[in-house]
Write a protein that binds this ligand. Structure first.
Ligand code: ACM
Ligand code: ZN
Length: 564
């Protein structure tokens, strides 16, 4: 095509697109949304009595205060989502619009005088016929208000044929818990950086505020570390995966890692959407990929290979060697430079002690430290406690806080097996009692029990319909019987998706949705209104929304609407 023809082609495309938009927005039928379908359920919704709705059209302007970079970005995100939902072109402006507008603002005092309604996550959303306002206690509140607005819109089968509107209403909203997370294992399988951004969009829609990124495993090290290039040169590739029954290698290589630049971009992208990325560098167990790259960090010196089997493997970092501590601090120094998150996850789970028991370096360290077995605490368990406490102190020196899996404190039988420092946040994954024990022992705790919140759990995956939803919905985040002070230690809930059997983004989404909506109800909504019958219409609305966005969701959940 010549330059002239190309320009003509381009202008005709632009013209026809404009015509489509014009006709799309000049549609006569108005469909009005419903705030009672928003999930997670907002705290308070006052419906405007007989007032006209706010109809979205290409005259709608998203208006925000001049010079506010955060709101500038939020306005762009709202406009883009409205365009996607309505097909109308939506402008943003810092000048008071003459026509109907949606105002975004931050007012840290909005909750003054209203019990519990405060903090940066809270927001007030008001809808009148000519104006909508979203006022957040902080930037996160504005972003949650935006998601509520989007979720309150109708999802017509043919948006081209109607105009969408919001009903007149006032919403006051804030979350139940400050920590609302989802974890993805990118060690067993790798998911491209572009897809991680899509995942962040999914999390943001559900009012989550943390993405826990499990970046290292026996089967793959996925984050570039400049000082230790072999971690990704060697550690990010495995030639295949062994069948647990036959031990045969399937010959399907798994590889990939995130450059530091990509990781920084994901941190930035997530922050714009109100989500903090918590990196996990799982130590000292689950480190066989690191050992394949740097065998001198193991007790036996290797050689090691990037694991091709799943499970709990015996070869772990040798914590008796000074070189290991230097390595870990170097790695964490780069990690802290990439990830501004206050929380850094250090793993600490499933670390067998067989190598340490036979290792002269580890045994020398145990003697030097004067560690003596007591109760269920072996001297090797106490060696892990010493190691994690050193890292905890190192992170604290840099203003960061360490999260560890509950293995560092208690085991499957709820016995106390370790003595992590009190500033450690314990992620209770083994049993609902694991986070309860942590809270009773005075640790801040995250609730993520395998039986309820592991979205990859095979047994839970076999459940369909209501049972599948109730496995999540009926879980008590705060166990009964904790004192008021102990309850304060429960920071919130997190779902985890391990990817031994998840090689594609479709199967990842299928496990994630719609249970993420159910999780968000636990994380955000007032437990006072916990009611499955009332939740199901909201869940159905969410699945319609997933459908409209082309996301993969577990459709056998639909049996839930039909069950008695
Ligand atoms: C875990 O599931 N090993 C934390
Ligand atoms: Zn050792």
């Amino acid at each position: 095509m010549s330059a002239m023809n190309f320009r003509h082609f381009l202008s005709s495309v632009v013209l026809s697109a404009a015509l489509v938009l014009f006709s799309a927005c000049g549609r006569p039928e108005v469909r009005v949304g419903d705030f009672s379908l928003v999930s997670p359920l907002p705290r308070m919704v006052f419906v405007g009595d007989g007032e006209a709705p706010f109809v979205i059209s290409s005259r709608t302007v998203v208006y925000y205060p001049e010079g506010d970079e955060i709101l500038h970005t939020a306005a762009g995100l709202l406009a883009a989502q409205l365009e996607q939902a309505t097909g109308c072109r939506i402008r943003t402006s810092t000048r008071v619009p003459r026509e109907q507008y949606i105002f975004l603002g931050i007012d840290p005092t909005i909750g003054d005088g209203l019990k519990d309604f405060q903090g940066p996550d809270s927001y007030c959303l008001g809808v009148e016929p000519a104006a909508v306002s979203i006022l957040g206690g902080g930037a996160p509140g504005v972003l949650h208000g935006i998601q509520t607005l989007i979720k309150a819109l109708p999802i017509p089968e043919n948006p081209e044929a109607c105009r969408l509107a919001l009903p007149a209403a006032t919403v006051f909203d804030y979350p139940e818990f400050p920590y609302r997370a989802f974890m993805l294992d990118c060690g067993r399988h790798f998911f491209p950086a572009e897809y991680i951004k899509q995942l962040i969009d999914i999390l943001a829609l559900h009012n989550l505020n943390y993405f826990h990124w499990h970046l290292t495993e026996d089967q793959g090290w996925r984050l570039e570390i400049k000082k230790y290039p072999k971690l990704t040169e060697v550690g990010s590739y495995r030639p295949g995966t062994r069948n647990p029954q036959t031990d045969e290698l399937d010959g399907v290589p798994v590889s990939g890692f995130y450059t530091q630049e990509e990781a920084r971009e994901i941190v930035r992208y997530a922050a714009e959407r109100g989500i903090t990325v918590i990196p996990e560098i799982d130590l000292p167990g689950h480190t066989q990929a690191a050992l394949a790259a740097y065998p001198e960090l193991g007790c036996t010196g290797g050689p090691y290979e990037v694991a091709t089997r799943y499970g709990v493997l015996d070869d772990v970092l040798c914590v008796g060697k000074d070189a290991t501590m230097t390595f870990v601090k170097d790695v964490l120094t780069e990690v802290m430079d990439i990830f501004p998150s206050e929380y850094i996850h250090l793993g600490g789970d499933e670390c067998p002690k067989v190598r340490w028991a036979a290792c002269p370096d580890c045994q020398r360290k145990i003697r030097e430290l004067g560690l003596v077995a007591s109760g269920k605490k072996t001297k090797e368990e106490l060696l892990q406690s010493w190691f994690t406490s050193q890292i905890e102190a190192f992170l604290a020196e840099h203003g960061r806080r360490m999260i560890c899996w509950n293995d560092v404190l208690c085991d499957w039988g709820d016995h106390l097996v370790g003595e992590p420092s009190k500033n450690t946040v314990i992620a209770g994954w083994m049993r609902p009692a694991s986070s309860e024990i942590a809270a009773r022992e005075g640790y801040d705790a995250i609730v993520c029990p395998v039986g309820h919140l592991y979205f990859s759990n095979a047994e839970a995956l076999r459940l369909t319909g209501r049972e599948s939803i109730c496995r999540v919905y009926d879980m008590a985040v705060v166990p009964e019987g904790l004192t008021q002070e102990q309850r304060q230690h429960i920071l919130g809930a997190e779902a985890c998706l391990w990817t031994e059997r998840v090689a594609s983004t479709d199967s990842l989404e299928w496990r994630l949705l719609p249970r993420l909506s159910t999780l968000s109800e636990l994380q955000w909504a007032d437990p006072k209104w916990h009611d499955l019958g009332a939740y199901l219409p909201r869940l159905r609305h969410m699945t319609d929304l997933y459908q409209s966005r082309g996301w993969h969701w577990k459709t056998d959940i639909a049996a839930a609407w039909e069950e008695e």
